[in-house]
Design a protein around this ligand. Sequence first.
Ligand SMILES: [Zn+2]
Length: 438
Amino acid sequence: MEKKSVHSLQLVFRKHSVYPSLCEPMDRGTRRVTKTKLIDDDCRLISGDFLLHEDGSYSVSKGYEDVIEVIPGENRIITRSFQNWHTHSAMVLNKSFGEGLPLMEWLETAIFPVEKGLTPQFVKIGTLAAAAEMISTGTTFACDMYYFPEIVANSFSKSGIRAKVCGAVSDKDEINDSKSALKDIEKLLSSGHNQSDRIEYGIGPHSVYTCEEETLKKSSELSKKYDCSLSIHASETRKEVTDCYEIHEMYPIEYLESIDFLSECTICAHCGWVTKKEMRILSGNGSHAVHCPTSNQKLACGGTLSYPAMKDAEVSVFLGTDGAASNNSLDMRSEAKTASLIQKHDHWDASILNPEETWKLATNKSKDWITWDLEDIRLRPWGKKGSRLLSNLLYSGGNILDVFVSGEAVRRNGITLTINEKEIAKELENSVEDYYDS
Ligand SMILES: [Zn+2]
Protein backbone atom coordinates (compact mmCIF):
# COMPACT_ATOMS: atom_id res chain seq x y z
CA MET A 1 0.00 0.00 0.00
CA GLU A 2 1.17 3.47 -0.76
CA LYS A 3 2.39 5.45 2.17
CA LYS A 4 -0.25 8.05 3.06
CA SER A 5 0.55 11.72 2.77
CA VAL A 6 -0.12 13.99 5.74
CA HIS A 7 -3.12 15.37 3.84
CA SER A 8 -4.73 11.98 3.30
CA LEU A 9 -4.00 11.04 6.91
CA GLN A 10 -6.00 14.03 8.01
CA LEU A 11 -8.87 12.91 5.80
CA VAL A 12 -8.80 9.47 7.39
CA PHE A 13 -8.66 11.11 10.78
CA ARG A 14 -11.65 13.35 10.06
CA LYS A 15 -13.77 10.44 8.83
CA HIS A 16 -13.18 8.63 12.10
CA SER A 17 -13.06 11.62 14.38
CA VAL A 18 -14.26 9.62 17.41
CA TYR A 19 -10.62 8.64 17.78
CA PRO A 20 -8.82 11.96 18.01
CA SER A 21 -5.35 10.42 18.30
CA LEU A 22 -5.54 8.44 15.07
CA CYS A 23 -3.27 10.53 12.89
CA GLU A 24 -0.23 8.33 13.01
CA PRO A 25 -1.53 4.73 12.95
CA MET A 26 -1.81 4.80 9.16
CA ASP A 27 1.95 5.30 9.07
CA ARG A 28 4.07 2.25 8.50
CA GLY A 29 6.47 1.21 11.22
CA THR A 30 7.09 -0.54 14.49
CA ARG A 31 4.52 -0.26 17.29
CA ARG A 32 4.99 -0.96 21.00
CA VAL A 33 2.11 -2.68 22.80
CA THR A 34 2.57 -2.54 26.55
CA LYS A 35 1.48 -4.89 29.36
CA THR A 36 -0.22 -7.21 26.93
CA LYS A 37 -0.63 -10.86 25.95
CA LEU A 38 0.56 -12.37 22.66
CA ILE A 39 0.09 -15.68 20.88
CA ASP A 40 2.36 -16.37 17.88
CA ASP A 41 2.40 -19.35 15.46
CA ASP A 42 3.51 -21.72 18.22
CA CYS A 43 0.19 -21.03 20.03
CA ARG A 44 2.09 -20.33 23.28
CA LEU A 45 0.72 -17.44 25.36
CA ILE A 46 3.31 -14.90 26.49
CA SER A 47 2.88 -11.66 28.44
CA GLY A 48 4.83 -8.40 28.52
CA ASP A 49 5.70 -5.37 26.38
CA PHE A 50 6.13 -6.23 22.69
CA LEU A 51 7.26 -4.54 19.50
CA LEU A 52 5.27 -5.40 16.35
CA HIS A 53 7.59 -4.86 13.39
CA GLU A 54 6.86 -3.95 9.77
CA ASP A 55 8.22 -7.27 8.48
CA GLY A 56 5.66 -9.17 10.55
CA SER A 57 8.03 -10.26 13.29
CA TYR A 58 7.79 -9.30 16.96
CA SER A 59 10.29 -8.83 19.76
CA VAL A 60 10.25 -8.07 23.45
CA SER A 61 10.42 -4.31 24.04
CA LYS A 62 12.94 -2.78 26.39
CA GLY A 63 10.91 0.42 26.43
CA TYR A 64 13.32 2.82 24.70
CA GLU A 65 13.12 1.80 21.00
CA ASP A 66 11.94 4.26 18.34
CA VAL A 67 8.32 3.46 17.54
CA ILE A 68 5.55 5.21 15.65
CA GLU A 69 2.95 4.50 18.31
CA VAL A 70 2.59 3.10 21.82
CA ILE A 71 -0.59 1.12 22.42
CA PRO A 72 -1.69 0.34 25.98
CA GLY A 73 -2.27 -3.42 25.80
CA GLU A 74 -3.85 -4.42 29.14
CA ASN A 75 -7.21 -5.00 27.48
CA ARG A 76 -5.78 -6.66 24.37
CA ILE A 77 -4.52 -10.04 23.25
CA ILE A 78 -2.40 -10.06 20.09
CA THR A 79 -2.57 -13.01 17.68
CA ARG A 80 -1.76 -13.78 14.06
CA SER A 81 -4.49 -12.90 11.56
CA PHE A 82 -6.67 -15.34 9.63
CA GLN A 83 -6.08 -16.37 6.00
CA ASN A 84 -9.11 -17.13 3.81
CA TRP A 85 -7.96 -19.51 1.06
CA HIS A 86 -11.16 -19.80 -0.93
CA THR A 87 -13.75 -17.12 -1.51
CA HIS A 88 -15.70 -15.20 -4.12
CA SER A 89 -15.72 -11.87 -2.32
CA ALA A 90 -18.21 -9.96 -4.43
CA MET A 91 -20.79 -12.71 -3.85
CA VAL A 92 -21.68 -10.79 -0.71
CA LEU A 93 -24.19 -9.41 -3.23
CA ASN A 94 -25.86 -12.87 -3.27
CA LYS A 95 -25.75 -13.41 0.50
CA SER A 96 -28.95 -14.93 1.95
CA PHE A 97 -30.33 -15.43 -1.54
CA GLY A 98 -31.51 -18.83 -2.83
CA GLU A 99 -31.66 -20.28 0.67
CA GLY A 100 -32.51 -23.98 0.99
CA LEU A 101 -31.26 -25.19 -2.41
CA PRO A 102 -28.64 -27.92 -3.00
CA LEU A 103 -25.51 -26.92 -4.92
CA MET A 104 -26.38 -27.61 -8.58
CA GLU A 105 -29.93 -26.26 -8.29
CA TRP A 106 -28.62 -23.28 -6.33
CA LEU A 107 -26.06 -22.50 -9.05
CA GLU A 108 -28.38 -23.08 -12.01
CA THR A 109 -31.59 -21.49 -10.73
CA ALA A 110 -30.38 -18.83 -8.31
CA ILE A 111 -26.75 -17.75 -8.86
CA PHE A 112 -25.94 -18.11 -12.59
CA PRO A 113 -29.16 -16.36 -13.80
CA VAL A 114 -28.67 -13.33 -11.55
CA GLU A 115 -24.96 -13.09 -12.42
CA LYS A 116 -25.97 -12.25 -16.01
CA GLY A 117 -26.60 -8.73 -14.69
CA LEU A 118 -23.21 -8.42 -12.99
CA THR A 119 -21.30 -5.17 -13.67
CA PRO A 120 -17.83 -3.92 -12.66
CA GLN A 121 -19.50 -1.46 -10.27
CA PHE A 122 -21.39 -4.26 -8.47
CA VAL A 123 -18.15 -6.23 -8.19
CA LYS A 124 -16.36 -3.22 -6.75
CA ILE A 125 -18.99 -2.61 -4.06
CA GLY A 126 -19.33 -6.33 -3.27
CA THR A 127 -15.56 -6.81 -2.93
CA LEU A 128 -15.14 -3.74 -0.73
CA ALA A 129 -18.01 -4.87 1.51
CA ALA A 130 -16.45 -8.35 1.73
CA ALA A 131 -13.03 -6.89 2.55
CA ALA A 132 -14.62 -4.74 5.27
CA GLU A 133 -16.21 -7.86 6.79
CA MET A 134 -12.94 -9.77 6.61
CA ILE A 135 -10.99 -6.95 8.26
CA SER A 136 -13.58 -6.60 11.04
CA THR A 137 -13.26 -10.34 11.75
CA GLY A 138 -9.45 -10.43 11.63
CA THR A 139 -8.65 -11.76 8.15
CA THR A 140 -5.77 -10.17 6.21
CA PHE A 141 -5.56 -12.45 3.16
CA ALA A 142 -8.11 -13.75 0.67
CA CYS A 143 -7.65 -16.14 -2.25
CA ASP A 144 -10.43 -14.82 -4.47
CA MET A 145 -12.04 -16.26 -7.60
CA TYR A 146 -14.44 -13.98 -9.47
CA TYR A 147 -15.20 -11.85 -12.50
CA PHE A 148 -13.59 -8.48 -13.34
CA PRO A 149 -10.25 -9.34 -11.65
CA GLU A 150 -8.81 -5.88 -12.16
CA ILE A 151 -11.73 -4.36 -10.25
CA VAL A 152 -11.36 -6.99 -7.51
CA ALA A 153 -7.62 -6.23 -7.27
CA ASN A 154 -8.27 -2.47 -7.05
CA SER A 155 -10.80 -3.01 -4.28
CA PHE A 156 -8.49 -5.24 -2.23
CA SER A 157 -5.68 -2.79 -2.77
CA LYS A 158 -7.84 -0.01 -1.31
CA SER A 159 -8.74 -2.22 1.67
CA GLY A 160 -5.07 -2.72 2.60
CA ILE A 161 -5.27 -6.50 2.98
CA ARG A 162 -3.49 -9.13 0.89
CA ALA A 163 -5.14 -11.06 -1.93
CA LYS A 164 -4.58 -13.56 -4.67
CA VAL A 165 -7.02 -12.39 -7.32
CA CYS A 166 -7.87 -15.34 -9.57
CA GLY A 167 -9.96 -14.29 -12.57
CA ALA A 168 -12.96 -16.60 -13.09
CA VAL A 169 -12.94 -18.76 -16.24
CA SER A 170 -15.84 -20.93 -17.42
CA ASP A 171 -17.28 -22.33 -20.64
CA LYS A 172 -20.82 -22.08 -19.31
CA ASP A 173 -20.58 -18.41 -18.82
CA GLU A 174 -22.69 -15.63 -20.22
CA ILE A 175 -20.68 -12.83 -18.58
CA ASN A 176 -17.42 -13.58 -20.35
CA ASP A 177 -16.51 -16.56 -22.56
CA SER A 178 -13.48 -18.56 -21.49
CA LYS A 179 -11.22 -17.38 -24.35
CA SER A 180 -11.84 -13.70 -23.56
CA ALA A 181 -11.50 -14.33 -19.82
CA LEU A 182 -8.11 -16.03 -20.31
CA LYS A 183 -6.99 -13.26 -22.65
CA ASP A 184 -7.96 -10.61 -20.07
CA ILE A 185 -6.14 -12.46 -17.29
CA GLU A 186 -3.01 -12.94 -19.40
CA LYS A 187 -3.00 -9.21 -20.07
CA LEU A 188 -3.03 -8.53 -16.32
CA LEU A 189 -0.37 -11.18 -15.65
CA SER A 190 1.92 -10.01 -18.44
CA SER A 191 1.69 -6.33 -17.53
CA GLY A 192 3.41 -7.24 -14.26
CA HIS A 193 1.55 -4.32 -12.82
CA ASN A 194 -0.16 -4.97 -9.54
CA GLN A 195 -1.80 -2.25 -7.54
CA SER A 196 0.35 -3.04 -4.52
CA ASP A 197 2.84 -5.63 -3.36
CA ARG A 198 -0.01 -7.21 -1.39
CA ILE A 199 -1.96 -8.20 -4.52
CA GLU A 200 -1.16 -11.05 -6.94
CA TYR A 201 -3.15 -12.14 -9.95
CA GLY A 202 -3.99 -15.78 -10.63
CA ILE A 203 -6.30 -17.92 -12.78
CA GLY A 204 -9.60 -19.40 -11.60
CA PRO A 205 -11.06 -22.00 -13.98
CA HIS A 206 -14.35 -22.77 -12.21
CA SER A 207 -14.44 -26.61 -12.25
CA VAL A 208 -14.16 -29.73 -14.40
CA TYR A 209 -17.91 -29.60 -15.07
CA THR A 210 -18.00 -26.00 -16.32
CA CYS A 211 -14.67 -25.91 -18.20
CA GLU A 212 -13.72 -27.76 -21.39
CA GLU A 213 -10.45 -29.68 -21.40
CA GLU A 214 -8.86 -27.11 -23.70
CA THR A 215 -9.77 -24.33 -21.23
CA LEU A 216 -8.30 -26.24 -18.30
CA LYS A 217 -5.10 -26.94 -20.26
CA LYS A 218 -4.75 -23.33 -21.35
CA SER A 219 -5.30 -22.17 -17.73
CA SER A 220 -2.62 -24.56 -16.53
CA GLU A 221 -0.17 -23.42 -19.24
CA LEU A 222 -0.69 -19.79 -18.23
CA SER A 223 -0.17 -20.64 -14.58
CA LYS A 224 3.17 -22.28 -15.42
CA LYS A 225 4.20 -19.46 -17.76
CA TYR A 226 3.55 -16.74 -15.17
CA ASP A 227 4.17 -18.86 -12.05
CA CYS A 228 0.82 -17.81 -10.63
CA SER A 229 -1.94 -19.48 -8.62
CA LEU A 230 -4.41 -21.77 -10.34
CA SER A 231 -7.56 -22.02 -8.27
CA ILE A 232 -10.35 -24.53 -9.05
CA HIS A 233 -13.38 -26.17 -7.39
CA ALA A 234 -12.69 -29.91 -7.26
CA SER A 235 -14.74 -32.88 -6.09
CA GLU A 236 -17.30 -30.73 -4.32
CA THR A 237 -20.29 -33.04 -4.92
CA ARG A 238 -20.85 -36.73 -5.54
CA LYS A 239 -22.55 -35.90 -8.84
CA GLU A 240 -19.48 -34.00 -10.07
CA VAL A 241 -17.32 -37.01 -9.26
CA THR A 242 -19.60 -39.64 -10.88
CA ASP A 243 -20.17 -37.44 -13.97
CA CYS A 244 -16.42 -36.98 -14.37
CA TYR A 245 -15.87 -40.74 -14.04
CA GLU A 246 -18.53 -41.45 -16.64
CA ILE A 247 -16.88 -39.13 -19.18
CA HIS A 248 -13.19 -39.71 -18.48
CA GLU A 249 -13.10 -42.97 -16.49
CA MET A 250 -11.16 -41.00 -13.93
CA TYR A 251 -12.10 -39.09 -10.79
CA PRO A 252 -11.63 -35.30 -10.94
CA ILE A 253 -8.17 -35.12 -9.30
CA GLU A 254 -6.94 -38.06 -11.42
CA TYR A 255 -8.33 -36.33 -14.49
CA LEU A 256 -6.69 -33.01 -13.58
CA GLU A 257 -3.37 -34.80 -13.17
CA SER A 258 -3.80 -36.53 -16.54
CA ILE A 259 -4.04 -33.15 -18.31
CA ASP A 260 -1.01 -31.76 -16.43
CA PHE A 261 -3.13 -29.34 -14.41
CA LEU A 262 -1.65 -30.08 -10.98
CA SER A 263 1.41 -28.30 -9.64
CA GLU A 264 2.49 -26.41 -6.53
CA CYS A 265 0.45 -23.49 -7.86
CA THR A 266 -2.82 -25.47 -7.92
CA ILE A 267 -5.36 -24.79 -5.19
CA CYS A 268 -8.28 -27.25 -5.15
CA ALA A 269 -11.26 -25.98 -3.20
CA HIS A 270 -13.53 -28.42 -1.32
CA CYS A 271 -12.11 -31.91 -2.10
CA GLY A 272 -15.05 -33.43 -0.23
CA TRP A 273 -15.33 -36.52 -2.43
CA VAL A 274 -11.77 -37.69 -3.07
CA THR A 275 -10.16 -41.11 -2.81
CA LYS A 276 -6.95 -41.77 -0.88
CA LYS A 277 -5.23 -42.27 -4.22
CA GLU A 278 -6.32 -38.76 -5.26
CA MET A 279 -4.95 -37.40 -1.98
CA ARG A 280 -1.59 -38.99 -2.78
CA ILE A 281 -1.79 -37.42 -6.25
CA LEU A 282 -2.36 -33.98 -4.72
CA SER A 283 0.52 -34.51 -2.32
CA GLY A 284 2.84 -35.83 -5.04
CA ASN A 285 2.25 -32.73 -7.14
CA GLY A 286 2.61 -30.35 -4.20
CA SER A 287 -0.95 -29.11 -4.84
CA HIS A 288 -3.15 -27.67 -2.11
CA ALA A 289 -6.63 -28.58 -0.86
CA VAL A 290 -8.98 -26.05 0.76
CA HIS A 291 -11.44 -27.17 3.42
CA CYS A 292 -14.73 -25.20 3.20
CA PRO A 293 -16.88 -26.94 5.82
CA THR A 294 -19.71 -24.40 6.16
CA SER A 295 -20.37 -24.15 2.42
CA ASN A 296 -20.35 -27.96 2.07
CA GLN A 297 -22.93 -28.32 4.84
CA LYS A 298 -25.13 -25.46 3.67
CA LEU A 299 -25.30 -26.75 0.09
CA ALA A 300 -25.91 -30.31 1.32
CA CYS A 301 -22.84 -31.73 -0.45
CA GLY A 302 -22.95 -34.81 1.77
CA GLY A 303 -19.18 -34.91 2.06
CA THR A 304 -16.45 -32.60 3.22
CA LEU A 305 -12.67 -32.84 3.14
CA SER A 306 -11.24 -35.51 5.45
CA TYR A 307 -8.57 -33.67 7.40
CA PRO A 308 -6.94 -36.75 9.01
CA ALA A 309 -6.75 -38.60 5.68
CA MET A 310 -5.29 -35.51 3.96
CA LYS A 311 -2.80 -35.18 6.79
CA ASP A 312 -1.81 -38.86 6.45
CA ALA A 313 -1.25 -38.28 2.72
CA GLU A 314 0.79 -35.14 3.56
CA VAL A 315 -1.40 -32.83 1.50
CA SER A 316 -1.04 -29.12 2.21
CA VAL A 317 -4.50 -28.15 3.55
CA PHE A 318 -5.84 -24.61 3.89
CA LEU A 319 -9.13 -23.25 5.18
CA GLY A 320 -11.63 -21.03 3.39
CA THR A 321 -15.15 -19.70 3.77
CA ASP A 322 -16.15 -19.95 0.08
CA GLY A 323 -18.28 -16.96 -0.97
CA ALA A 324 -20.73 -15.36 1.43
CA ALA A 325 -23.52 -16.68 -0.82
CA SER A 326 -22.89 -20.27 0.32
CA ASN A 327 -21.79 -19.43 3.83
CA ASN A 328 -23.61 -16.23 4.86
CA SER A 329 -20.37 -15.13 6.51
CA LEU A 330 -16.69 -14.46 5.78
CA ASP A 331 -15.69 -14.87 9.41
CA MET A 332 -12.68 -17.20 9.48
CA ARG A 333 -12.80 -17.61 13.26
CA SER A 334 -16.24 -19.11 12.87
CA GLU A 335 -15.06 -21.23 9.91
CA ALA A 336 -12.18 -22.57 12.02
CA LYS A 337 -14.60 -23.59 14.75
CA THR A 338 -16.82 -25.32 12.19
CA ALA A 339 -13.81 -27.15 10.71
CA SER A 340 -12.75 -28.42 14.11
CA LEU A 341 -16.27 -29.57 15.00
CA ILE A 342 -17.11 -31.31 11.74
CA GLN A 343 -13.82 -33.22 11.69
CA LYS A 344 -14.39 -34.47 15.25
CA HIS A 345 -17.98 -35.34 14.41
CA ASP A 346 -17.30 -37.07 11.10
CA HIS A 347 -14.46 -39.20 12.45
CA TRP A 348 -15.94 -39.96 15.87
CA ASP A 349 -12.76 -38.60 17.41
CA ALA A 350 -12.78 -35.55 19.71
CA SER A 351 -8.99 -35.24 19.55
CA ILE A 352 -8.89 -34.27 15.85
CA LEU A 353 -8.13 -30.62 15.06
CA ASN A 354 -7.42 -29.53 18.63
CA PRO A 355 -7.38 -25.75 19.28
CA GLU A 356 -3.67 -25.36 18.47
CA GLU A 357 -3.83 -27.28 15.19
CA THR A 358 -7.07 -25.56 14.17
CA TRP A 359 -5.58 -22.16 14.93
CA LYS A 360 -2.53 -22.96 12.77
CA LEU A 361 -4.80 -24.15 9.94
CA ALA A 362 -6.82 -20.91 10.03
CA THR A 363 -3.88 -18.50 10.37
CA ASN A 364 -1.54 -20.48 8.09
CA LYS A 365 1.79 -18.74 8.70
CA SER A 366 0.25 -15.28 8.59
CA LYS A 367 2.75 -12.44 8.69
CA ASP A 368 0.16 -10.01 10.05
CA TRP A 369 -1.17 -9.19 13.50
CA ILE A 370 -4.60 -8.62 14.97
CA THR A 371 -5.64 -7.69 18.48
CA TRP A 372 -8.76 -8.84 20.30
CA ASP A 373 -10.71 -7.13 23.08
CA LEU A 374 -9.58 -9.12 26.10
CA GLU A 375 -12.40 -7.72 28.25
CA ASP A 376 -15.04 -9.32 26.01
CA ILE A 377 -17.14 -11.57 28.27
CA ARG A 378 -16.93 -14.35 25.66
CA LEU A 379 -13.23 -14.72 26.39
CA ARG A 380 -13.83 -15.43 30.10
CA PRO A 381 -12.67 -17.33 32.05
CA TRP A 382 -9.07 -16.79 30.94
CA GLY A 383 -7.98 -19.61 33.27
CA LYS A 384 -4.72 -19.97 35.18
CA LYS A 385 -1.96 -18.10 33.29
CA GLY A 386 -4.47 -17.58 30.44
CA SER A 387 -4.49 -21.30 29.66
CA ARG A 388 -8.08 -21.18 28.34
CA LEU A 389 -7.66 -18.17 26.10
CA LEU A 390 -6.80 -19.89 22.82
CA SER A 391 -9.81 -22.23 23.07
CA ASN A 392 -12.05 -19.32 24.00
CA LEU A 393 -10.81 -17.26 21.04
CA LEU A 394 -11.51 -20.17 18.69
CA TYR A 395 -14.75 -21.58 20.05
CA SER A 396 -16.35 -18.62 21.83
CA GLY A 397 -15.33 -15.65 19.65
CA GLY A 398 -14.47 -12.05 20.36
CA ASN A 399 -14.18 -8.56 18.92
CA ILE A 400 -11.25 -7.50 16.75
CA LEU A 401 -9.83 -4.15 17.84
CA ASP A 402 -6.81 -3.71 15.56
CA VAL A 403 -5.52 -5.15 12.30
CA PHE A 404 -1.92 -4.52 11.19
CA VAL A 405 -0.61 -5.45 7.73
CA SER A 406 3.11 -4.88 6.99
CA GLY A 407 3.31 -2.48 9.91
CA GLU A 408 0.30 -0.47 8.74
CA ALA A 409 -2.96 -0.20 10.64
CA VAL A 410 -6.00 -1.00 8.54
CA ARG A 411 -8.17 -1.11 11.66
CA ARG A 412 -7.63 0.59 15.02
CA ASN A 413 -9.73 0.55 18.18
CA GLY A 414 -12.58 -1.28 16.45
CA ILE A 415 -12.77 1.08 13.46
CA THR A 416 -11.67 0.04 9.96
CA LEU A 417 -9.56 2.89 8.56
CA THR A 418 -9.32 1.91 4.90
CA ILE A 419 -13.02 1.39 4.16
CA ASN A 420 -15.85 3.42 5.62
CA GLU A 421 -18.13 0.63 6.82
CA LYS A 422 -21.26 2.78 6.99
CA GLU A 423 -20.81 4.13 3.48
CA ILE A 424 -20.05 0.73 1.96
CA ALA A 425 -23.08 -0.78 3.72
CA LYS A 426 -25.30 1.89 2.15
CA GLU A 427 -23.76 1.35 -1.29
CA LEU A 428 -24.19 -2.41 -0.93
CA GLU A 429 -27.90 -2.01 -0.14
CA ASN A 430 -28.38 0.19 -3.22
CA SER A 431 -26.35 -2.16 -5.44
CA VAL A 432 -28.33 -5.21 -4.33
CA GLU A 433 -31.59 -3.45 -5.20
CA ASP A 434 -30.30 -2.57 -8.68
CA TYR A 435 -28.66 -5.98 -9.21
CA TYR A 436 -31.81 -7.95 -8.53
CA ASP A 437 -33.95 -5.58 -10.60
CA SER A 438 -31.74 -5.90 -13.63
ZN1 LIG B 1 -16.26 -21.56 -4.37
